[in-house]
Structures are given as structure tokens and as C-alpha cells.
Design a protein around this ligand. Structure first.
Ligand code: KMH
Ligand code: ZN
Length: 286
């Protein structure tokens, strides 16, 4: 198994994070907020090389929601129309209560995010208490859902190591981390910060990185050269270039695919991604 400390893997796992919870449809009309828009985005992303979709959903008024019935319907629709690994956000919006965030697992996703600590999030606070982290980690293992450990700052990698030491490995046994860089309040989206993070990675872990806002490109380039995987999408990036709004998620996935190919680490296929992450076989989801 390739770890963050070993030679770069031959392929790149690409995750699309198309929606997030922070942008409004009124401000960003291209944001996929309905189920149809999400499924169509997922199909396009799969067709050009994504293997995982990180999902936040919206209600009928396009506001972020963790409504369980809607999440369950979303998982089913994405499975029906794509082969992507469906990763639900348990982070939700900064205002979501812990109990609702834990219940996300009941929607039966392949994978889910699991954030490793509290971080200032612009003018808000994204709260992740230690006891909540432990509860989420344990419930994921019971539900056979593969975590992606979200890291917003370097100390959160120490928390991840403590979690694994005290509570054991996740379902699937493999540890996969996403470095979410450039959040106002978290670690910067720079090559220096990425290299510092690698020194704190648990043994055997793989990692992806995503750079928020204008850190998207430097983080992608640093991650590729350091043997990492990529997460891209309108959850994190709304400008394609200075003064040029992102057209849609496909544009961001296509750029990530292009850079991965230039790095001679083309997109990882979905079967390979499922094996790497230790996701349940598809039949077990039926
Ligand atoms: N929306 C952020 C407050 C996750 O998906 O797990 C949290 C977030 C992380 O997006
Ligand atoms: Zn998210």
C-alpha cells in the first residue's frame, strides 16, 4: 500500500465536491443544488475521471440540509446513475447540530467525511469536539462507512493519530486523509504547509488535498508532486482564474484531470479507488 511517505502512486484519486454548504444559489447560479443538478454533475465528473463525490445537499429553498430522507434519496439516485463512491458530508453547515451530523450515516453512504478538530471558519466556528469525533469514528466503523479524515490545521493530524491509537483503525482498515487548505482560520494553502502536514501523517495513510479559493492551483500542484490525490469542486473554488468565475464543476474536474495527466499520474479508476479506500463491495449496499 502506498503511503504519504513513499514514492508517488501511479494514479490520482480525484474527488469532486460540487456544492458545499457555504455558497448560495443566488450568488452562484451554477452551483448544483437540486437532485437533478447533482446527478448530472456527478455523471459528468465520472465521465472525465472522478472516482468519488463528496456530497452536501440543499432543501427546496436551496438552503443546506441534513434531512435524512433527502440524503437517503440522494445516495440512491447517485448509485442509480453513476458508479462513483458516494461520500456524504458529516460536516454539514457550521450551524448543524451534532446529532443530525451523526445521523447522516443512516443514509447508507459508501464513505463520509470525519473532521478532526475545531477550526475558525471565516467569521464562523466549525465545531468538532473530541467526544464527537470519537463517536463519529466509532459509529462509522459500526455502519461500515469509510471515513475520509478532514484536516483543516496541522494539530488535527495529531488528533487523528490519537484517535487511531485509542480507538483503532476505521472500517476498511485504511486511513485516508483530506487536507483542506486555505480556509480562513486554518492552515494556509501552500506547498510549505502541505510538506509540514506530510511529516505528521499516520503510517500507511494516503492523502488528498484541496485548496480553498485561490489556493486551489498551488495546492493541486504541490499535492501531485508529493504523491497526493486531489479534491476539487465548487464547494471550495468559485474562481477559475482571477476575475473569471468557475463555469461549472466539470471545468474544475477537467483541470485536475489534465494536471494529473501532466504529472503522469492519470485518474484512478473507480474499482481501484474502492480497493484503495476499503469501501464495501457494491453488492453489500443493495
Ligand atoms: N461546511 C463546512 C462547515 C465536511 O464536509 O465534512 C464543513 C465541511 C466539512 O464542509
Ligand atoms: Zn464538505
Amino acid at each position: 500500500m502506498t503511503s504519504a511517505r513513499q514514492i508517488a502512486p501511479p494514479t490520482t484519486l480525484i474527488t469532486v465536491a460540487p456544492t458545499g454548504a457555504e455558497s448560495s444559489k443566488a450568488d452562484v447560479p451554477a452551483l448544483p443544488v437540486t437532485l437533478d443538478e447533482l446527478v448530472s454533475t456527478a455523471r459528468d465528473a465520472e465521465a472525465i475521471g472522478a472516482a468519488v463525490i463528496h456530497v452536501h445537499i440543499r432543501d427546496d429553498e436551496t438552503r443546506p440540509t441534513l434531512d435524512l430522507a433527502r440524503l437517503t434519496e440522494t445516495v440512491a439516485a447517485l448509485r442509480e446513475s453513476t458508479s462513483l463512491i458516494v461520500q456524504l458530508s458529516t460536516g454539514g453547515a457550521v450551524s448543524d447540530p451534532e446529532e443530525n451530523r451523526l445521523r447522516v450515516l443512516e443514509a447508507g453512504p459508501d464513505a463520509a467525511s470525519c473532521s478532526m478538530g475545531t477550526v475558525n471558519f471565516g467569521r464562523d466556528v466549525f465545531l468538532n469536539r473530541w467526544d464527537f469525533i470519537v463517536e463519529l469514528h466509532n459509529r462509522m466503523r459500526d455502519a461500515e462507512v469509510v471515513p475520509e479524515y478532514e484536516i483543516f490545521d496541522l494539530g488535527q493530524l495529531t488528533t487523528l493519530q490519537r484517535l487511531l491509537d485509542k480507538h483503532g483503525p476505521p472500517y476498511g482498515e485504511h486511513v485516508h486523509v483530506d487536507l483542506v487548505m486555505g480556509v480562513p482560520g486554518g492552515m494556509p494553502g501552500t506547498a510549505h504547509a502541505l510538506v509540514a502536514a506530510l511529516g505528521l501523517m499516520p503510517e500507511g495513510a494516503t492523502f488528498a488535498a484541496t485548496g480553498v479559493g485561490r489556493t486551489s492551483l498551488p495546492v493541486m500542484l504541490a499535492a501531485l508532486s508529493a504523491g497526493g490525490h486531489l479534491r476539487v469542486g465548487m464547494e471550495d473554488t468559485l474562481s477559475y482564474a482571477p476575475g473569471e468565475p468557475v463555469r461549472d464543476n466539470t471545468q474544475l474536474v477537467a483541470r485536475a484531470v489534465g494536471l494529473a495527466k501532466i504529472a503522469q499520474r492519470p485518474p484512478m479508476g473507480i474499482a481501484e479507488a474502492r480497493a484503495l479506500l476499503g469501501v464495501r463491495p457494491l453488492a453489500a449496499n443493495a
